[in-house]
Design a protein around this ligand. Structure first.
Ligand SMILES: [Zn+2]
Length: 339
């Protein structure tokens, strides 16, 4: 495909002055040669072909900005075709709309990938960087709203509360930052439940304490699971991810009150992901083992919650995958997911 082509008349402009130079263009072995008033050569690959806007001439631009104006489009196309370079220049021009579509599709895919993979990572990083003071403020705000909407003061007597609190303190003792974790008692309208707040407070409802009153180990299992949610920052990740997905990232960085406003609603309507549940269970199993407790008691607690009917609905719907969790806790999570 390296047949020598006929020279083609063209006008050469240096790209700086408006002076017109009469030249001929020849293509040989993939090299474009200019002869006449100006002598220069350039590999075809370095040239750009476009349409002139005024009178339909072809413009061939050199890398340095100099260009050729070629009036005879047909001869030019023929020249490129003869030299076997039609595909490189002319087709490129004709397919530019296709390139535009492809680029648009490419951008869309990149945006989707970013949304799917980068955003969660970003959310995790931001969640990890949320200062303790913000978490405290969040927790306080959430607790106030919950107290207003669905909690009443606990009806457990002092001795019961102290007994459970003491076991909880022992359970959390080995954790980093153990002093930040506090157990709160509330009577609730939502039945047996335990809720971990971003501040490190875990609210235990009287109904859950009574359901598991004969099985402290099972109750500690449920609380260990909540500690898992706190340690892995599941709620904060959800909050940040939600804020970012809602394009509220600016509000998040600029004004924490926007985020504060969304959290109580999120917590009330919270459904942890299956992955978060299993992660919290793994955490609970390890913590229970460290405290000399049997993780199968947590499986038992879940079964009793499930068997408690309507009342248990709130807990089970916010902590899904119950059957799978029970099976994993019974079979031994360590075998499946070595730590
Ligand atoms: Zn959970």
């Amino acid at each position: 495909m390296d047949t020598t082509a006929e020279p083609l008349a063209a006008a050469y402009f240096d790209g700086i002055t408006s002076r017109r130079h009469r030249v001929t263009l020849q293509v040989d072995n993939g090299i474009a040669s200019i002869h006449g008033d100006v002598e220069r050569q350039c590999p075809l690959a370095g040239l750009r072909v476009s349409e002139a806007s005024r009178h339909g001439a072809r413009i061939v631009t050199f890398p340095d900005g100099a260009y050729l104006e070629i009036e005879d489009r047909m001869a030019f196309a023929a020249l490129l075709a003869r030299t076997g370079h039609r595909g490189t220049l002319v087709a490129r021009l004709q397919q530019s709309w296709r390139a535009t579509l492809l680029a648009a599709a490419g951008m869309t895919i990149i945006m989707l990938l970013l949304w799917r993979f980068a955003l969660p990572l970003l959310a995790d990083a931001v969640a990890a960087a949320v200062p303790a003071s913000v978490e405290q403020a969040l927790g306080q705000r959430v607790l106030e709203q919950l107290d207003e909407r669905m909690f009443a003061p606990s009806t457990l007597n002092e001795a019961e509360q102290q007994r459970i609190a003491a076991q909880f303190t022992r359970l959390a003792a080995t954790l980093e930052g153990a002093q930040h974790y506090r157990l709160l008692f509330r009577k609730s309208r939502i039945g047996p439940n335990a809720l971990a707040l971003p501040s490190g407070q875990i609210v235990l409802t009287d109904e859950l304490a009574r359901l598991l009153v004969d099985d402290d180990e099972a109750l500690m299992g449920v609380l260990a699971h909540e500690l898992g949610h706190l340690q892995r920052r599941h709620l904060m990740r959800r909050v940040v991810h939600g804020a970012a997905t809602g394009a509220a990232t600016m509000a998040l960085f600029g004004d924490a009150s926007a985020m504060l406003a969304t959290v109580p609603a999120l917590l009330l309507d919270l459904k942890y992901s299956r992955d978060a549940e299993l992660e919290a269970d793994d955490f609970a199993a390890t913590l229970m083992a460290a405290a000399g407790l049997d993780r199968a008691r947590l499986a038992l607690a879940l079964e009793r919650l499930a068997g408690d009917g309507e009342q248990a609905h709130a807990y089970l719907s916010s902590h899904p995958a119950t059957a799978e969790r029970v099976a994993r806790l019974r079979d031994g999570v360590d075998k499946q997911r070595p730590k």
